[in-house]
Ligand binder design. Structure first.
Ligand SMILES: Cc1cc2nc3c(=O)[nH]c(=O)nc-3n(C[C@H](O)[C@H](O)[C@H](O)COP(=O)(O)OP(=O)(O)OC[C@H]3O[C@@H](n4cnc5c(N)ncnc54)[C@H](O)[C@@H]3O)c2cc1C
Length: 481
């Protein structure tokens, strides 16, 4: 397309930064607020020989929504709820509706999004396109499992409606298809019925990695959510120790005042920590700890607190849905604490048979290279039916690494070594978090047949490769030649 490229006015030129701030590229960003404007932008791209990449809330850690020197079509202003059936819990929304907008709209009717991400700032379009997971992946699967219908604007400008039965190859490719098959313009989701605005949460400490891992299957029955945090700095007997949280919904009648707990007020997150430090300035103070000694202190402190307050037996309490799910939104701008270079996340998914050894090898490697990750989160998953699926019957571990001018190369080298561990243990990656994958690694982790199928469907639905992103160009474009 490059040879046909024509000048575009520079009034839409912006630096499109990865959420983790460690990379970015300059693109022409358009923010249509109607379908007609969206189509106009697509036509403008065609007329000027540009490609189009989509952005929702811009919460992918890497380059999934960048489109260097081309057009980024930001769908966040297409944010209307177009149909709501409070009896059935079926909702139809435009792609820019955020998870926050969604839960706020349906809560009083006793519904909740079936899958939520660790931040509520993600959009439904972005969640569908990455097929996101929550802390309930082991029983509720992924976001796409709850979508009943999507409408897309295709590369030829026409609308396509897809369900599990109609245009089903496109349905299963576009959900999880990282924006490469067309623009999602309408999404219908089956929500989850709830009978209280609170969850019953039990937190406990676990002394080592083996007991952290076994906790998930010990607590599967009777839990709706499971999540673990690991102290990545602990060594010796304490290697892999952590804090775990399980939660369950209340049954009908268990909450004596559901109307109250299902109100928006009951879900509001306080705007200061302990009533003292305004949340908006927390990232500044956190910045003092975003280094190896600081994070050793924080990780140790967090584990010791969990051991003292909850112990291995655990402590049970009630928590609002928002407090349980959106912990990261408690501290707005926390990523700024990582400094100028930002952060990358390295999240891997392993089958249950290999996960423990793989996690141990990854954590040990980080410690040996003196580059511990600063936040380690573990989840349990089940397989998914979508074409670009990343979740096996197994576990994932997400690791955050600080990036500085000095360590950028070192982290990149360590990622190469971690990749070898991932391949050895049949691991997979997730494009929403990825910043380091190469084409050969995509084939090694997804399988050559799966990669070929992605490219075959891309050619079927977007033969001129009109939809592109920096991620597509980094990983798939070389394989599609
Ligand atoms: C603090 C934090 C916590 C997170 N926690 C989780 C978690 O618990 N689980 C999880 O799975 N992920 C998690 N994520 C990752 C995040 O959920 C995904 O990256 C999600 O896709 C972001 O949604 P978004 O609306 O910001 O989309 P963007 O990041 O803007 O875009 C994501 C992808 O969707 C495509 N896209 C966006 N809109 C459309 C559209 N209308 N049509 C077609 N394609 C489109 C883009 O091209 C891009 O490839 C987290 C991210 C952050 C920052």
């Amino acid at each position: 397309m490059d040879s046909l490229k024509q000048e575009l006015p520079d009034d839409h030129l912006e630096y499109v930064e990865a959420w983790g701030r460690a990379s970015g590229s300059v693109a022409h960003v358009f923010r249509p607020s109607t379908l007609a404007e969206l189509k106009k932008t697509i036509q403008l791209a065609k007329d000027t020989g540009r490609t189009v990449g989509f952005r929702g809330g811009g919460n992918s850690y890497g380059d999934a929504f960048g489109n260097r020197e081309n057009i980024v079509l930001d769908t966040s202003r297409l944010n209307r709820i177009t149909n709501w059936d409070p009896e059935a819990g079926l909702i139809t929304v435009e792609p820019g509706v955020t998870i926050e907008q969604l839960w706020r709209y349906v809560l009083a009717d006793g519904w909740w999004p079936p899958i939520v991400t660790g931040t509520a700032k993600t959009t439904v379009g972005g969640c569908a396109s990455m097929n996101t997971h929550g802390k309930n992946g082991f029983n509720m699967g992924t976001f796409g499992d709850h979508i009943t219908e999507i409408e897309m604007i295709m590369a030829n400008g026409r609308k396509k409606v897809c369900t599990r039965d109609k245009n089903s190859d496109l349905f299963f490719a576009a959900i999880g298809g990282f924006g490469m098959f067309g623009c999602l313009v309408s999404i219908t989701i089956q929500l989850k019925k709830i009978y209280s605005g609170q969850l019953e949460v039990t937190g406990c400490s676990r002394p080592n990695l083996a007991s952290v891992m076994s906790w998930f299957d010990e607590n599967r029955d009777g839990s709706d959510y499971l999540v673990g945090w690991v102290d990545s700095t602990a060594r010796g007997k304490s290697f892999g120790r952590g804090e775990m949280h399980k939660a369950r919904y209340f049954e009908p009648g268990e909450d004596p005042a559901p109307a109250r707990s299902l109100s928006l007020e009951a879900q509001s997150i306080p705007d200061s920590i302990l009533g003292l430090i305004p949340k908006s300035s927390m990232w500044f103070y956190m910045g003092f700890f975003f280094n190896n000694p600081g994070m050793t202190l924080v990780n140790t402190g967090k584990y010791v607190a969990a051991k003292l307050l909850s112990g291995e037996k655990g402590k049970t309490y009630k928590q609002s849905h928002t407090a349980y799910h959106f912990l990261l939104d408690y501290v707005p701008g926390w990523k700024w604490g990582y400094g100028r270079g930002g952060l990358i996340q390295y999240q891997t998914f392993f089958p249950k048979e290999t996960a423990e050894n793989a996690f141990a090898e990854l954590l040990k490697l980080n410690q040996e290279r003196r580059m511990p990750n600063y936040l380690t989160v573990l989840k349990r998953h089940k397989p998914s039916d979508f074409l670009v699926s990343y979740s096996p019957d197994g576990y994932s571990m997400a690791m955050d690494f600080r990036i500085t001018d000095k360590n950028r190369e070192q982290v990149a080298r360590m990622a190469r070594s971690m990749d070898e561990i991932v391949v050895k243990h049949s691991g997979q990656f997730y494009f929403a978090k990825d910043s380091t994958m190469r084409p050969d690694l995509a084939e090694a982790t997804m399988g050559k047949e799966k990669v070929a199928e992605v490219i075959r469907l891309k050619k079927k639905y977007d033969p001129k490769f009109f939809f592109q992103t920096d991620l597509w160009n980094r990983i798939f474009a070389p394989l599609a030649k």
